[in-house]
Design a protein around this ligand. Structure first.
Ligand SMILES: Nc1nc2c(c(=O)[nH]1)N[C@H]1C(S)=C(S)[C@@H](COP(=O)(O)O)O[C@H]1N2
Ligand SMILES: [Mo]
Length: 198
């Protein structure tokens, strides 16, 4: 459980919902999560299969780069490292790209995605994710800003070359570490960003 709020963040009571590309319709009978790219074994899971694999249940804060944080959120999900082991991610994989049903994408360095706290979240505060909060699945990596947590996740692709996701293309940081205040590209602090966005 976090005891301190990171620099530049303030706690608020509830999540502010974002859907830059709109809230998609989800047909859970057709839904699949795939693991693709630089892997020996491609993986594909239905929602039912994912639920049976839940192996993490913890309480962690959530931090949005715009400055709000939500304290003590309970998350249940699947360790991404376990999926990566099942898929046998290749040595040359350097980045994981997340793809969502709505067309949203985000990108995370492989070291961060293999962190022991990095999960595919399926449940929040004791219930399945709501549609607004990304049902059925979203990655959650506690030490990275919230924009990396692509709601309505459908695919995790391992790649060797960096590619921008939705917000990275608009100037946000390649990694987005909360404790290093990696908000904007080419600038690890929140002051005088080279490319002010929003
Ligand atoms: N598909 C999708 N995922 C997304 C976003 C979005 O607009 N679309 N916004 C991101 C941002 S900037 C944040 S802070 C969190 C917000 O999560 P919430 O909408 O559950 O509060 O979702 C992230 N994932
Ligand atoms: Mo955000």
């Amino acid at each position: 459980m976090e005891t301190q709020v990171p620099k530049g963040q303030k706690y608020i009571k509830k999540f502010i919902y974002y859907a830059a590309l709109g809230v998609p319709e989800v047909d859970i009978t057709k839904y699949r999560l795939t693991v693709t790219g630089l892997v020996e074994n491609k993986l594909e899971f239905s929602y039912e299969e994912l639920l049976k694999m839940i192996d993490v249940d913890y309480v962690r804060d959530f931090h949005c780069v715009t400055g709000w944080s939500v304290k003590d959120v309970r998350w249940e999900g699947i360790k991404i490292r376990r999926l990566a082991d099942m898929a046998k991610v290749k040595e040359n994989a350097k980045w994981a790209v997340f793809y969502s049903l709505d067309g949203y994408t985000s990108v995370v360095p492989v070291e961060d995605v293999l962190h022991e706290d990095a999960i595919i979240a399926l449940r929040m505060n004791g219930k399945p994710l709501t549609l607004e909060s990304g049902f059925p699945a979203r990655p959650f990596i506690p030490h990275l800003y919230g924009w990396k947590s692509a709601k309505w996740l459908t695919e995790i692709e391992f790649v060797d070359k960096y590619v921008d996701g939705f917000w990275e293309e608009r100037g946000y940081h390649e990694r987005g570490n909360v404790w290093e205040e990696e908000r904007f590209k080419g600038n690890s602090g929140r002051h005088t960003p080279k490319r002010p966005i929003l």
